[in-house]
Write a protein that binds this ligand. Structure first.
Ligand code: GUN
Length: 280
């Protein structure tokens, strides 16, 4: 029988604990989110982040910028947040409009306020084996979820499908740091199914419904990071949940698995940055 990795339940537990911690404080942490452009999914994510931040006692501001904003205007905004003592966490929602260089923008965020851990400084620290100020939210959330269910990583073969900076690359590194044996697959991988068949733990972060039951071995742990709407408007993940759940030992649902954990990690990261500001 498969066990559902319940991200919603763990998120509630994390948020309850954070709220109790923040209720004791007079000065609250503060998260600034920059949303450039009109991406409908991003608008929903950003509103959700703001709502949850406020529920637990984090001050949250959303800075909305036009789709046509220039790189320089965006950098000016980031700079003003970098030097604002009342802001301790900055998130630039991705994707950015096509004319803007994501790498350049992420590089402008003060690493001590980089709540996503995606700036070159923090990303570089992660890959060099040093501790970044915080770890990227989605990979961190996946590891928290696996830990909650006592799923051992050491010595396990983890197959990551997807090589994005947001998920695939950092999760591969974070799994390596936990002594897993990691294989990263992507759109040009040949014989994907032959590799996924050898996974003890499969992490899929592609955004297409590609993982079928026949690609996996019985008893594997399945983590579905993908979330998108199919042609009928239904929310789907990368994994054929109905059939894969018949053979997996553990599986994340979509929605209700990894998504809520990303938000929980964002709140944890905001508080971690806030606490390190006080210690600095
Ligand atoms: N877009 C989708 N997920 C994320 C995330 O974790 N951080 C940022 N900044 N943008 C995103």
């Amino acid at each position: 029988m498969t066990i559902i990795l319940d991200g919603k339940k763990l998120r509630e537990k994390i948020l309850t604990n954070l709220k109790a911690e923040l209720d004791k404080l007079e000065v609250k942490p503060s998260l600034a989110v920059i949303l450039a452009g009109d991406n409908p999914a991003s608008k929903i994510y950003v509103n959700n982040k703001k709502k949850i931040a406020e529920q637990i006692g984090i001050n949250s501001t959303v800075i909305k910028l036009d789709e046509n904003v220039t790189e320089d205007e965006l950098i000016q905004k980031i700079h003003s947040l970098n030097i604002d003592p009342n802001v301790n966490a900055i998130l630039v929602q991705l994707p950015l409009p096509a004319h803007i260089s994501k790498e350049r923008i992420l590089g402008m965020i003060d690493p001590k306020k980089d709540v996503d851990g995606l700036s070159p400084y923090n990303f570089g620290k992660l890959f060099s084996g040093a501790k970044p100020y915080v770890y990227p939210c989605t990979p961190k959330g996946v590891l928290l979820l696996l830990d909650e269910y006592n799923i051992e990583l050491e010595g396990k073969h983890v197959v990551v499908v997807g090589r994005s900076n947001l998920v695939g690359k950092p999760i591969a590194q974070m799994m390596l740091d936990r002594n897993a044996t990691v294989t990263v697959c992507h759109s040009r991988t040949k014989n994907l199914a032959e590799i996924t068949k050898t996974a003890d733990i499969l992490v899929s972060a592609v955004g297409e419904n590609i993982i079928e039951e026949k690609m996996l071995k019985s008893g594997c742990v399945v983590v579905d990071v993908g979330i998108f709407k199919d042609s009928t408007g239904r929310t789907r993940g990368d994994v054929d949940f109905e059939n894969v759940s018949k053979i997996a030992s553990y599986i994340t649902p979509v929605p209700g698995g990894v998504g809520p954990m990303t938000i929980a990690s964002l709140m944890l990261n905001t508080v971690e940055l806030f606490n390190s500001t006080i210690r600095r």
